[in-house]
Each structure stands twice: as structure tokens, then as C-alpha cells.
Design a protein around this ligand. Structure first.
Ligand SMILES: Nc1ncnc2c1ncn2[C@@H]1O[C@H](COP(=O)(O)OP(=O)(O)OP(=O)(O)O)[C@@H](O)[C@H]1O
Length: 596
């Protein structure tokens, strides 16, 4: 989430962590690994703060004891000392931020790694429940805001507090009347800043909302650009966009204008305070209660004092929202993976391919059964077709077989063992999928096919492409197997993408195969090639085919007709036709539409 931030660090409403202590403790556990660097950094902060306290004091001494008595040599000597002190301050400030950035980056790297590792262990069920944008934002924004909080705000908060304490002590030890005069101005400053922030925060909320709406709108119109063009809605979208854009300009302007008052107002109050200090100092000097040098020291101190105090509230805000972000990251880390290997999970090199579903029930959300009493057996090497209306549960059966989800009741066995007995990664490796929407990544055709088995040689890749009937079209591409595919494969036709997926699956040579047939129409020639490729692929392998055109499954060993999560008919094509049930009606429906 983008956080609106006004000038001079004034921000919109700050999100607070629910369990701040617990989250801090966990962040600490990460930072602890860098203990030495952390201690060094704190030490550097203390040294640089102490050094910057010496400066103003020394200026007072120079004025009173050297400049006023006209001791030029002594003045010069002390000026050199002052230069050394200021240089050392700069050096230690740099050292302190350098070590802290290191600590922070190491911490963040570990955190990011842990979060990524965690993602790998979570099931699809977890990802179903959350928006991808939200998860992405945890990996990027939340971790990044923690990074900037750790590398900057923590140290700044510490140095501000140290500095404020140090200056207060120094002021009181120099002259308590002047100290009280200088401090008087602080409550006034805090009070006015608070008032302005309170007034501007409603504008910030509005700006944040407008910004969110704008981002959402842009995201939608980019991802839906085809649909927009198709329906000729460009003009309407443009109008809507300029409306939101204008609204954002308006709210951002209000927010920035109001918060822009803070800086000048504080400056004004600062100067007022300074005037007061000098006035009081002048009277006291005349009365012999203080010296010009002390006034000079006070002026410098109060400059050093007000600036960090001004920033403190925004620093604390940054820190708080970073803690809230960290809490969201930890939330993901605390998810217990619901699908894990059993302690003695079996490793497998190969599967024979006997599959059995016994009275399997399943629900994605508790209480809403998507599959009811699914019961069937498949012998190794058989071809099983799953047919049924959309939403009937065909993909869900496959999801269960791959163990993307675990059954709610009943059991699934492969080669006589419950699938929960196998190592999940082994099981998934032995089951190949050719999906409707083939996943192609940007890279060459060769690389995309090789994704099926990374150690395959070029010859093996070409052999697989030949078996898949993909070789012909690849050969005619400008760069053959070296042709680059744009991400998602948009420079290939749907049929060509399917052929590549088949080649990939042939290369992967898995023991069980799942085919999700393409729904979109493909020209007859490519269709025949795909069919030929698929027949090669399915030969001797247990294959599950989610079929949309019944023509392609006439030769299946078993057809399961699914409706509303139940198997309503089961048998071969001929048997089901004879039954004159649902399948028969579907088949005749497609036949009369000329699909046969
Ligand atoms: N991740 C999910 N979370 C919740 N419900 C889901 C999820 N996936 C699918 N469903 C629901 O489960 C039911 C079965 O869906 P499934 O995808 O298995 O149907 P399908 O037969 O494969 O449909 P299609 O032919 O359209 O692909 C549907 O009602 C669907 O809305």
C-alpha cells in the first residue's frame, strides 16, 4: 500500500500494530543475529551525539574567554579544535548510518527469505483465501517499510532522545533561567503541530482513498484493455479516469496545502523562541547574571534541539507503520502449512498408475461440499474421461489427486497407498499436467519445452517435439527452436501453445497424466495434430482427460459423468449411450450442433 506522505514528514492516519510488543520482540530476534554491528552502531550514535553537544559549549567558551578578551591565538587554537570536533561528529554519524544500514539489510534479507520459503510450503487453499496483490505487498512494501524504519528511524529516534536529554542537561548546567526560557517554546510548538495534523488528516484520508481508487482503476483498465477495446468503451473509461484523476488532484492539494503550514509555522515559533531567549539573555547579561558566550551557546543548542523534536512525531509514525507491516509479514509466517509430508513419507521413483478414489468428499469452504461420495477405480494405463457441466467439480478431482488440497472425507490411493503416504514433491513430479492455459514463460521454444525435464539434451527436446507433432510448426518459425516466446506465449496461437505443452509433457515422461482439454476452437488441421500428439503422450500411461468435446473421448476406458459434485454415470462411451442418460443427451446435443 502506498502511504500518503505530506511535506515535512506529515502523513495520513497511521496504522498501528495489534501486538506491538510481540512484533518488536520478533524483529529483535532477527536483528540479534547482527548483535556486534548493532552494538557498534548504538555506540557510534552515542559518540556522535556527545560530540555534537560539545560544539555549542565550546563556542560559548571561545566567545567569553578568547574573543571578548581579544586573544586571537587562543581563538584560533580553539577554532581548530572545534573543526576537529565537527569533523569527528560527521565521521561518527556516517559510521553509525553505515553500520545500521548493514544490520537492516541483513535482517531484511533473512526476513524476505523466510517469507518466501514459507510461501512454498503453503497450499493452494491459503492462496485462494488471499488476494495476490495483498501477498505481493507483504513481500515488497511491508518489508521495504521495515527496512527504511530500521535503517533510519530507529537510529534517528535514539539520537533525538539522547540529544534532547543531553541538551537539556547542558542548558540547565549553563544557566537554568535561560534553560526554562528556551524550553518554554516546545509545548507551543507541539500544540500547534498537533492541531494542524489533526486538521489535515481528514484530507489525507481522502487523498489515500482517491489514490487507491486511481490505482485500482489503472490496474483494471490495463488488465482488461482487450475487453474495453472490444466493447468500444475507451471514451467512457477516459472520462472516468479524468474524473478520478481530478478528484485526486483536489484532495492532494488540500492535504499538502494544510500540512505545508507546519514548516513555516514552526519556523516562526522557533524564531519567536529565539527572540525571547536573546532578549532574556541580554537583560541578564546587563545584570551580570550571564555572559554573551552562554547566550551564543544557547542559541546553537536551541537550533539543534527544535529540529529533531519537530521530526520526532513523524519518525515515530514511520516506525509504527513499519511495525504494523512487520506484523503482517509475521502473520503469513505463522500460517501453519495444512498440507505437509508425514514424518515417514515414502519416496518414489516411479508409479505404476493404479488410482482409486473411495467415497471422497471435499469442500473448499467448510460446510459447502463441492464433491460428494466420489468413488471409482482406474487400472494402470487406462484413459479416464471426466465430463460434466461447468462448475461440476472436474478440476477439483484433479486438484485432490495432485494433493493441492486434502480430501475432507474418504481416501485417494495410488498403487494401493494412500496419497498422503507419499512425499508430496515426489508425487507431483510423477503426475504431469497439460492445461488449457499452457504456462509459457519468456525464453526460447527450446527452453520452454525443456522445462518438462531440465537435464534433457537438445536432441531429446526435438524428439519430444516430433512426437507431439509440434516439430512441423516450430521448423517454420523464423528462428526454429531458438525463436523467443514473449511472456505468456502471446506470439503463438492457442493450438501451437497446446502442442508445446504436449511436447513438454512427453519430455517429462510422468507416470500419470492429466489433460485439460482446450475449450476454444482450433482449426481442424491443428486439432488433428494435437490429437495425434496426445495419443502418443497417453500411450501406456494412466491418463485423466477433462473433456469438453465428447468426440475426443469416445475411446476412453471409462467415462465419469459429474454433476453437482457427484458421479451420476460411469462407463464406456457405448455403455453410456445405451443408458440413454445425461451423457447420451450431452452427446446428442453436441452432435446436433455439428461438433461431432
Ligand atoms: N479455490 C476454490 N475455492 C472455493 N470454491 C471453489 C474453488 N475452486 C472451485 N470452486 C468451486 O467448486 C465447484 C467446482 O469447481 P471445479 O473447478 O472443480 O469445476 P469444473 O467442473 O472443473 O468446471 P469447469 O468445467 O468450468 O472448469 C464450483 O462450484 C466452483 O465455484
Amino acid at each position: 500500500m502506498h502511504r500518503a506522505r505530506g511535506p515535512r514528514g506529515i502523513s495520513g492516519p497511521v496504522e498501528k500494530a495489534k501486538d506491538r510488543k510481540g512484533t518488536l520482540r520478533r524483529i529483535w530476534r532477527y536483528m540479534e543475529m547482527q548483535k556486534a554491528a548493532l552494538i557498534a552502531s548504538v555506540l557510534f550514535v552515542i559518540i556522535s551525539t556527545l560530540l555534537s553537544l560539545v560544539g555549542p559549549y565550546l563556542i560559548g567558551v571561545i566567545i567569553d574567554h578568547y574573543i571578548l578578551p581579544k586573544d586571537m591565538k587562543g581563538t584560533f587554537r580553539l577554532l581548530v579544535l572545534l573543526a576537529v570536533i565537527y569533523s569527528a561528529t560527521a565521521l561518527f554519524t556516517w559510521l553509525q548510518s553505515f553500520t545500521m544500514v548493514r544490520v537492516s539489510l541483513h535482517t531484511i534479507r533473512q526476513l524476505r527469505q523466510d517469507l518466501y520459503d514459507k510461501f512454498q510450503t503453503l497450499s493452494l487453499q491459503f492462496f485462494d483465501k488471499r488476494s495476490h496483490g495483498d501477498l505481493m505487498s507483504r513481500v515488497t512494501n511491508d518489508i521495504e517499510s521495515l527496512n527504511s524504519a530500521l535503517s533510519q528511524s530507529v537510529i534517528q529516534i535514539l539520537s533525538t532522545v539522547l540529544m534532547a536529554t543531553g541538551i537539556t542537561i547542558a542548558m540547565f548546567s549553563l544557566n537554568w533561567v535561560l534553560a526554562i526560557t528556551a524550553l518554554l517554546i516546545i509545548p507551543v510548538m507541539i500544540f500547534t503541530t498537533k492541531k494542524i495534523i489533526k486538521y489535515s488528516s481528514s484530507y489525507f484520508i481522502k487523498r489515500q482513498r482517491d489514490l487507491g481508487e486511481l490505482n485500482g482503476f489503472v490496474e483494471e483498465s490495463i488488465s482488461g484493455s482487450e475487453v474495453v477495446t472490444l466493447f468500444g468503451k475507451e471514451e467512457k473509461m477516459n472520462l472516468k479516469f479524468s474524473e478520478i484523476n481530478e478528484s485526486l488532484r483536489h484532495s492532494a492539494m488540500n492535504a499538502d496545502m494544510v500540512s505545508g503550514f507546519v514548516g513555516p509555522t514552526n519556523n516562526f515559533i522557533n524564531n519567536l523562541g529565539l527572540g525571547l531567549l536573546i532578549g532574556a539573555g541580554a537583560v541578564m547579561t546587563v545584570e551580570g547574571m550571564t555572559t554573551v558566550g552562554v547566550i551564543a551557546a544557547f542559541v546553537t543548542y536551541s537550533r539543534q534541539f527544535y529540529r529533531p523534536i519537530n521530526q520526532l512525531s513523524s519518525l515515530i509514525n514511520i516506525f509504527q507503520s513499519a511495525i504494523a507491516g512487520a506484523e503482517r509479514v509475521f502473520e503469513v509466517m505463522d500460517e501453519t502449512p495444512d498440507i505437509v509430508d508425514k514424518p515417514n513419507a515414502i519416496s518414489i521413483d516411479s508409479l505404476k498408475g493404479d488410482v482409486e478414489f473411495s467415497q471422497v468428499d471435499f469442500s473448499y469452504e467448510t460446510g459447502k461440499l463441492v464433491l460428494k461420495n466420489i468413488d471409482f477405480q482406474v487400472k494402470a494405463g487406462e484413459k479416464i474421461a471426466l465430463v460434466g457441466p461447468t462448475g461440476s467439480g472436474k478440476t477439483t478431482i484433479i486438484n485432490l489427486l495432485m494433493r493441492f488440497y486434502d480430501v475432507t472425507a474418504g481416501e485417494i490411493k495410488i498403487d494401493g497407498w494412500n496419497i498422503t503416504d507419499y512425499k508430496i514433491s515426489d508425487l507431483r513430479k510423477k503426475i504431469g499436467i497439460v492445461l488449457q492455459d499452457t504456462f509459457l514463460f519468456s525464453g526460447t521454444i527450446m527452453e520452454n519445452i525443456r522445462y518438462g525435464r531440465l537435464e534433457a539434451t537438445d536432441e531429446e527436446v526435438i524428439e519430444a517435439a516430433k512426437m507431439a507433432s509440434a516439430h512441423n510448426f516450430i521448423k517454420h518459425l523464423p528462428n526454429g527452436y531458438q525463436t523467443t516466446i514473449t511472456s505468456g506465449g502471446s506470439n503463438l496461437s492457442q493450438g501451437q501453445r497446446q502442442l508445446l505443452a504436449i511436447a513438454r509433457a512427453i519430455l517429462a515422461d510422468t507416470d500419470i497424466l492429466i489433460l485439460d482439454e482446450a475449450t476454444s476452437s482450433i482449426d481442424t488441421r491443428t486439432e488433428m495434430e494435437i490429437q495425434r500428439g496426445l495419443n502418443h503422450l497417453m500411450e501406456g500411461r494412466t491418463s485423466f482427460v477433462i473433456a469438453h468435446r465428447l468426440k475426443t473421448i469416445e475411446n476412453a476406458d471409462q467415462i465419469l459423468v459429474i454433476q453437482n459434485g457427484e458421479i451420476i454415470e460411469k462407463g464406456t462411451h457405448e455403455e453410456l449411450l445405451k443408458n440413454k442418460g445425461f451423457y447420451c443427451r450431452m452427446y446428442e446435443g453436441q452432435f446436433s450442433l455439428g461438433e461431432k
